[in-house]
Design a protein around this ligand. Structure first.
Ligand code: NAI
Ligand code: MG
Length: 499
């Protein structure tokens, strides 16, 4: 251990100040070479809570140098030993779980009780899970010729660039760095402008255990820091979560270097409620699936809900009732279910989609839940959840990713019509079907065009289950053993002539 053991700091405001103006490069917390910084804002109040260091190409170069050196030694560490250290990070992150949850709530506006605390606990679980997989980095022997020993081995790629968004910053970082590290790579994380602090804190915690340079964290903006990371010749793989638009830019830049890319992009996930479904369960599933507690800022948000005409009205009434009963407020308050939208541009984007929906003929907006009354939150980015009824699948609110607390209910008459409409989307991340009929359920699981399909439930990504989309929702899988093997190693074939 290189620093005195960190103690959890349960005051997120003081922790945010402590983490100000720091990048993590080669095991050392330091400002950007340029000395530049930018403000990190609490979306629930509009107040600045910290400055983040504005990393740029020169910092990328330093981090790549450190990572390149560290990776050579790290790759020589036995795979199980690497796994043990990563699992140990999980244990330490678990000790800091409450602290991380509070910091996530402060910088992202996600409610502590319903979202941020859960994210922090999942982070520890992801490290624990991958930490156990060191010995699964196996190759094969191949029956090529009797006088030759032919085998494959899994080798690390080298230095991995990991670009993460702001909606679930620490969990999405964990899904990238834990498998990359266990596989023997070094990692450079680039956090989102809006939410750099909790990810930095998690790395500071891990820095107590892992060799310097094996992972590095840069804060900074996309073009100024993310783009030079992708472009750097020392980076051999990029793993990205974010928008389709930026994902394509990253993919193009990676193509110029011919390096592999994993992309976790957007979604417009359908939920089909059949006439025979358990309506109460389906309503609860819609609330969970739409991630109203995350202000709808989820790539898997159930933002297109197809409801059979025979149960439409009761489904809508019950859903309105449930969402109406949720409490909007200070993300750090235990009574709060729904917090604030991450940033002003995102807030404006969500509100513009609500206007578009309201102006669409035939559609009606049901605003649920009450705006917070606390005067401290008057400048906060709060948006009342909106349920659109009378929507059609060709309306803009049903086609484009809003990434806000807005869902549309689309009435259908016939199962075939619902499946066709569900698949009529540029996206294919997640989908659910709600029915008591096994035959319908099985048929839908085969026919829904999505990477993650569930029947009668709407769970989030889980460690050990492959997760990733088809169509514009992305390339490649995360969260599973396969993700580690396929995305963070390459296979080498070896032939030994024994003759
Ligand atoms: P974004 O895709 O622009 O940002 C994601 C990450 O990419 C951030 O770390 C950003 O700094 C980085 N980045 C931006 N430009 C880059 C470049 N040229 N090279 C390398 N890295 C770059 O997403 P943004 O602007 O925060 O949100 C826009 C929309 O994207 C949202 O409204 C939502 O629809 C979608 N989104 C989807 C997410 C998901 O989980 N799939 C997460 C966040 C946003
Ligand atoms: Mg952007």
């Amino acid at each position: 251990m290189r620093e005195n053991r960190l103690q959890p700091n349960l005051d997120p405001h003081s922790l945010a100040r402590e983490l100000s103006n720091r990048l993590l490069i080669d095991g050392t917390l330091r400002p950007a070479l340029s000395g530049r910084r930018f403000a990190v804002v609490n979306p629930a109040t509009g107040a600045a809570i910290a400055d983040a260091a504005e990393g740029a190409a020169a910092d990328v170069a330093l981090a790549v140098d450190a990572a390149t050196r560290a990776q050579k030694l790290w790759a020589k560490t036995a795979a199980r030993e690497r796994g043990k250290l990563v699992a140990e990070c999980g244990r330490l992150l678990n000790e800091h779980s409450e602290e991380l949850g509070r910091l996530i709530a402060l910088e992202t506006g996600k409610a502590l009780r319903t979202e941020s605390r859960i994210e922090a606990s999942v982070v520890a679980d992801i490290f624990t899970y991958y930490g156990g997989l060191g010995s699964e980095l196996k190759g094969e022997t191949v029956p090529f010729r009797p006088d030759m020993l032919t085998l494959t081995i899994r080798e690390p790629i080298g230095v991995v660039g990991a670009i993460i968004p702001w909606n679930v910053p620490v969990m999405l970082m964990a899904l990238k760095i834990a498998p990359a590290l266990v596989a023997g790579n070094a990692v450079i994380v680039k956090t989102a402008e809006e939410a750099p602090l909790a990810a930095l804190r998690a790395c500071q915690i891990m820095n107590q255990l892992l060799p310097p340079g094996v992972f590095n964290l840069l804060t900074g903006d996309g073009p100024g820091c993310g783009a030079p990371l992708v472009a750097h010749k020392g980076v051999g793989k990029v793993t990205f979560t974010g928008s389709v638009e930026t994902g394509k830019i990253v993919y193009h830049a990676a193509a110029d270097k011919l390096i592999p890319v994993t992309l976790e992009l957007g979604g417009k996930s359908p939920m089909i409620v059949m006439g025979d479904a358990d309506i109460d369960k389906a309503v609860a599933g819609a609330v969970a699936g739409m991630r109203f507690t995350r202000q709808g800022q989820s790539c898997t948000a159930a933002s297109r809900i197809f409801v059979h005409e025979s149960v439409h009205d009761s489904f809508v009434d019950k859903l309105k009732g449930k969402v109406d009963a949720m409490t909007m407020g200070d993300p750090l308050d235990e009574a709060t279910d729904i917090g604030a939208i991450i940033s002003k541009p995102q807030f404006e984007k969500v509100k513009s989609y609500i206007r578009i929906g309201e102006e669409t003929p035939g559609m009606r907006a049901w605003r649920c839940s009450a705006m917070p009354k606390d005067p401290r939150l008057m400048d906060g980015l709060f948006v009342q959840p909106v349920i659109f009824t009378g929507a059609t699948n060709d309306s803009r609110v049903a086609r484009e990713e809003i990434f806000g607390p807005v869902t549309c209910i689309i009435k259908f008459r016939d199962y075939e019509e619902a499946i066709a409409a569900a698949n009529d989307s540029e996206y294919g991340l997640a989908a659910t079907i709600w029915t008591r009929d096994l035959k319908t359920a099985l048929d839908a699981t085969h026919r829904l065009e999505a990477g993650f399909v569930q029947v009668n439930q709407n769970l989030v990504v889980q460690a050990n289950l492959s997760y990733g989309g088809v169509k514009n929702s992305g390339l490649g899988k995360e969260a599973s053993l396969e993700a580690m093997l396929e995305h963070f190693t390459h296979k080498k074939t070896i032939i030994m002539n024994m003759a």
